[in-house]
Design a protein around this ligand. Sequence first.
Ligand code: QAP
Ligand code: CO
Length: 150
Amino acid sequence: MKVEAFDASLHTLLDEMAKAMYFEEGIGLAAPQVGEFKRIFIVDIGEAEGNIPQLKEFINPVLSNGEGKIKFEEGCLSVPGLSELVDRKAKIQVHYQDRYGRPQRLQAEDLLAVAIQHENDHLEGILFIDRLSPLKRRLARKKAEKLVTL
Ligand code: QAP
Ligand code: CO
């Protein structure tokens, strides 16, 4: 669902998402992961890169101009304990709106580009394990099932 109202309830949702992400020590979180089926995700790769935290909020994002390839070992708060190498674009462009509805554009590469692609997938109901080859996906599913029942 596209976000149309840039009001206090949106800001509360964004703040709650940030709290949840930092609490779980994640670097990205999408609204569908917290049961809100809206086109929203947040990313903070600051600490992962040894810098100060830098929260980025993406509303109604549209990705384009994917370029190059990168393989990155991805994990996900929705698939805890599991990580696998995933193929992504090395560079992307993203058009989005900020929490006030203002249009923004960002050119991203490396970890930030990977994080944006990973989070954008959540808006389509796609998990990183869905991006693996069929064989690796089956193995990953089995591993994930074991982790859940433990
Ligand atoms: C998505 O992932 C991502 O298994 C964000 O036990 C992944 O925040 C972006 C997490 C890779 C860029 C590169 C995973 C926390 C957090 C776990 C996360 C876990 C605890 C994953
Ligand atoms: Co995820």
